[in-house]
Structures are given as structure tokens and as C-alpha cells.
Design a protein around this ligand. Structure first.
Ligand code: ZN
Length: 538
């Protein structure tokens, strides 16, 4: 990761160079007013669409609306069946009435409460399992060779369940920490060490959603891509999510306390590794079924005969989490900001670029993916089976829950320090008088938590930008409260305060970033010292 000073020096330089580039278009006037954006959000987040669950009628309605808009605006279809690219899924659901979890210590069995202590996570438990296995605490459960971190060294995990705290030590750069905390990477190391299952203890210092809200929706079905090529966690028999407020019982008799672990974890300090006194007895009954959904792909063809076969992707997920446990009497998780906001932006920008065609050298691909909420699945499928030549995708600009809930002054750029696309995003932001910043909350791990990550893993430079705040300001509290109260809750609906001007400014930023990326002869490249460069073929 580059030093703060070199980032600042770069930005000073970037302002000057991009002011020259953008002087030809009008810099003060944007192409958006926030109102068309909001009307799309209102459609997508309406109660009648029932939260746009993957595979549901509500999501199909949302997709039909998006296709209608794209068609009306004159975009070309670029899916498999017209605008659609079908995707097949398996769905997993726990039958809790027939399942159980218990902690066995010194011959004493204590049944765990699914609501209050721990539940079977179907993201990682894809088949019924009946097992009993000793527990080992492995810190953050990470093996990061680049930083000589091996939390599994000298630990006997054969046939055991690895217990870990979500997070990473502070000396691990954000990108690296994000990458190794993906389910597949973490499991790769644990599996190689012989583990058969995991207990994930949420880190109280980095939980976006309180346990009470996580727990009420624990039985919401999870999904995975049906094709075997996508199976990421071979040998993982059981995944359990643990309430940090109940985690002390796991540590009884080990010579350590969870309070001690949580304190270290809060400051991202290194964690000890040791065998726990108890073992876990689990009976998981999993119900499965298959279902189908689709991505939506539209195209605006560039004018340069050679470059028009290259694509800049603008992506956003259109699915949300559907109908769930009622909160304040409301069962519909509308997903207005997550990610009606990003889907609406894609429709708005497609319409604007078609209606005001500036010189467009490369082509732009507008991608509305499904099943992001199920683990970035629609984008994973698209990245593996793109509807254009794989090597022709030069960049992904992903938009997910960009949160125009305060005036737009500060723009967080996920991937800022990783590639030339990050530099360009910073320069475009600067040219609009915005302050670009890197992620001020690396613990939240957001760079791998949305669809851009699947493009990154195919070597494609990507960014995800969000309206943001300066640490320590009142705006920070507005964002914190939003996550605690509205994120993945029924109140992320159209009856919440939004800043239409901030949304319009963000759309203008995105439009300019797409145009500059499409029209700059050089493809964006990963920085020589970027961790993610390893995925690029060149
Ligand atoms: Zn979400």
C-alpha cells in the first residue's frame, strides 16, 4: 500500500492533468437531477416487488422493468436470451426443528440456543451433517504468506472444528486482508490443515448489523451456483455462526477468556491460538432445492472501429433479500439503497449516454446482476461466462449502495490505490471538487463485499465508489446509524431521507469516469505493487 504522502502528491498532479482533459465538457452542469433516479428507486423498492429475492416473482418484475427502460432508451441487448443471461442455483435451508447444536465440556452437554447463542450457517453448510468434533481457537484463522502470517502453524486441526474471530491483524494491508478473509481463501488454509468445520465469531467491533437482527433472519435460505465448477469449500461439513455476547462459554477451561480475545480483536492485535476445552455436537438437517434467475446485460457500442470491441462494465446488483422476519411490523426488505439505488443509476446513465452521445471510443456494458446478496453469485457467473469476449472487458465500475444520505463532498474509492482506474476515479472526483479518500473503515472489508470482486479475480481493474465522510464528523454518525438501523432491514425503503443532489452528483461522477475510461487509449492497469495484479494475465 502506498504512503499517504505519495497519494496526496499524486492527487495534486491529477487535478491539473484532468482539468485539461475535462475542460471541453461543461464542468459545472451535470446531466442528472436526482428525480429520474429516485423514480426508478421508487419502482424497484415498492412493496409490490417484495424485496426482490433471487428467484422470486418480485425480482422478475424488477428485471422486466429494467429491460423495458433499457429497451425504451435504445440500448442493445447483450445477454444470451435478449437482455437476459439465465443463471441456475441450488438453495439451502436449515430445518431447525430437526437440528441441534450443543457444547460438550468435561462430559457435560449444554444445548445452544439458535436464537441467542449460535446457528447453522447455510452459506457454508450445504448438506445434512451429524458430527461431534473438538474445537481449536485459531485467532483470525488466516494464512497470509505475503506477510509471513500463519495462524495455523503448530495447531492440530485434523478432524476438528476451527473457531475464529472475524477480522485481521492491523499490519495486514486492507486488500490483502480482504482477499484472505473470503470464505474460499480462509477455508483453503483450514481445509489443508485438516479442519472439517468452522465456528465464526462475529467481531463486536466490526458488526454492521446487531446479532438480534442477524438472528431473526438466520433461517432465510442461502444459495449457491448450481454448476460444480463454482464449488468453493470442499470438505467443509459444518459452518456455525456464533454470537459474540455468548462466546465466553466456548473459552471456559481454556485458560483464556473471550473478553480478552475481543479486546485484542477490537484493536486488530495479533491473537493467540490454542485448543478449547469443549467439543461441538451438531445435527444439521439441510433442505435443498434448485431455482433459476438471470443477469441483465445491455450494450452501448463505441464508435472507434478497433476499440469498440473493448468494454467498460458498469455493474450493479438488482436483487435484494426479499421477505423476512418482521421488524416493527414490516416484513418486506425493500432494498431501496441496497441496491435499488445502484440499479436505478445504471438505467439513468444508460439513458443519458444514449441520449447525449459524447464521443464514445470503446463500448459500455450495462450489467444488472442477480444473487449478489447470496454471495456475489450472479457476477461470479457472469465473470466466468461473460457474454462478450473475456479479454475484451477492460474495467468494472461497480455501484452498490452508494448512500447519498449526506451532501456529496467526500467520495470513498474502493480500489483507489490498486490500479490506474483508481487514479482516474480520484482525478475525476477532484475535477468535480470532491475529495477522494481510501476506505476509512478497513475492518468492514467492503472491497470484497460486492460484485467488483469477481471482475478483480479475473484480472479486471475495478472500483466501487461511495458517498462518504471524514472520521470524527457528525456525518460519520449518520452512516453508522444507517447501517445499524436500515442496512438489510425493512426500513431501507423509500420512506427514508435521501439527498437527491448527492445522488445526481454521484451519477455525474460515474458518467464521467465511464467516458474517460472508454475514451483513454490506454487500458487501465493494476499498480506494480497491487496485490490484485496477480490475477491479471499480463
Ligand atoms: Zn446487501
Amino acid at each position: 500500500m502506498r504512503s499517504i504522502l505519495s497519494v496526496i502528491l499524486f492527487l495534486v498532479f491529477a487535478v491539473t492533468s484532468s482539468a485539461q482533459q475535462t475542460s471541453s465538457h461543461s464542468r459545472s452542469e451535470g446531466h442528472f437531477d436526482g428525480h429520474s433516479w429516485w423514480s426508478h428507486v421508487k419502482f424497484l423498492a415498492d412493496d409490490s416487488l417484495e424485496g426482490r429475492e433471487t428467484g422470486s416473482e418480485g425480482l422478475r418484475k424488477a428485471q422486466a422493468y429494467a429491460v423495458e427502460q433499457l429497451q425504451k432508451d435504445g440500448l442493445e441487448p447483450a445477454g444470451v436470451n435478449g437482455f437476459y443471461q439465465p443463471v441456475h442455483f441450488n438453495q439451502y435451508e436449515v430445518d431447525e426443528a430437526k437440528s441441534s447444536l450443543a457444547l460438550v465440556t468435561n462430559g457435560q452437554t449444554k444445548t445452544l440456543s439458535f436464537a441467542d447463542d449460535a446457528f447453522i450457517n447455510t452459506r457454508s453448510t450445504h448438506a445434512s451433517a451429524n458430527l461431534s468434533a473438538p474445537l481449536v481457537f485459531v485467532g483470525y484463522g488466516l494464512q497470509i504468506p505475503e506477510k509471513n502470517l500463519d495462524e495455523l502453524a503448530g495447531v492440530d486441526l485434523k478432524g476438528k472444528i476451527a473457531v475464529y474471530l472475524v477480522g485481521s491483524p492491523s499490519d495486514i494491508p486492507t486488500a490483502l486482508a480482504s482477499h484472505y478473509q473470503t470464505a474460499s481463501e480462509r477455508w483453503k488454509a483450514l481445509h489443508a490443515a485438516g479442519a472439517i468445520g468452522t465456528i465464526t465469531i462475529f467481531n463486536p467491533a466490526s458488526m454492521d448489523i446487531p446479532w438480534s437482527r442477524i438472528s431473526v433472519n438466520r433461517n432465510h435460505p442461502s444459495m449457491d451456483l448450481a454448476d460444480a465448477e463454482f464449488y468453493e469449500t470442499p470438505g467443509l461439513q459444518l459452518g456455525v455462526a456464533f454470537n459474540p455476547a455468548s462466546a465466553e462459554q466456548l473459552f471456559a477451561g481454556s485458560g483464556h477468556t473471550f473478553a480478552e480475545i475481543a479486546t485484542l480483536g477490537k484493536d486488530r492485535k495479533p491473537l493467540p491460538h490454542f485448543a478449547l476445552a469443549g467439543s461441538l455436537k451438531a445435527n444439521a438437517v439441510i433442505l435443498t432445492k434448485s431455482l433459476e434467475s438471470a443477469n441483465i446485460v445491455a450494450k452501448l457500442t463505441g464508435s472507434n472501429p478497433a476499440l469498440k470491441n473493448e468494454f467498460v462494465v458498469l455493474s450493479a446488483h438488482i436483487d435484494h433479500i426479499g421477505i423476512g422476519a418482521p421488524i416493527n411490523g414490516d416484513r418486506i426488505y425493500n432494498g431501496a439503497m441496497d441496491n435499488g439505488s445502484g440499479s436505478a443509476l445504471v438505467m439513468d446513465i444508460a439513458a443519458s449516454l444514449k441520449a447525449h452521445p459524447e464521443k464514445l471510443e470503446r463500448s459500455i456494458l450495462f450489467l444488472l446482476v442477480t444473487a449478489e446478496e447470496k454471495g456475489l453469485l450472479g457476477s461470479r457467473y457472469f465473470a466466468a461466462h461473460p457474454t462478450v469476449a473475456p479479454k475484451s472487458i477492460i474495467a468494472d465500475v461497480n455501484v452498490d449502495m452508494f448512500l447519498p444520505i449526506v451532501p456529496l463532498k467526500i467520495l470513498k474509492i474502493g480500489g483507489l490505490e490498486e490500479s490506474g482506474l483508481g487514479d482516474r476515479a480520484a482525478a475525476v472526483a477532484q475535477s468535480m471538487g470532491l475529495k477522494p479518500i481510501a476506505d476509512p473503515e478497513p475492518l468492514r472489508n467492503t472491497f470484497i463485499r460486492s460484485d467488483q470482486y469477481n471482475f478483480i479475480k479475473k484480472g479486471v481493474p475495478s472500483v466501487k465508489c461511495d458517498v462518504s465522510f471524514e472520521p470524527g464528523t457528525p456525518e460519520q454518525k449518520i452512516f453508522k446509524d444507517w447501517l445499524t438501523n436500515r442496512y438489510h432491514a425493512p426500513s431501507d425503503d423509500v420512506n427514508q431521507p435521501v439527498d437527491l443532489q448527492a445522488a445526481a452528483g454521484y451519477e455525474e461522477f460515474t458518467r464521467r469516469l465511464l467516458l474517460e475510461t472508454a475514451n483513454t487509449p490506454e487500458r487501465p492497469r493494476w499498480k506494480p505493487d497491487s496485490f490484485f495484479r496477480r490475477y491479471a494475465a499480463d
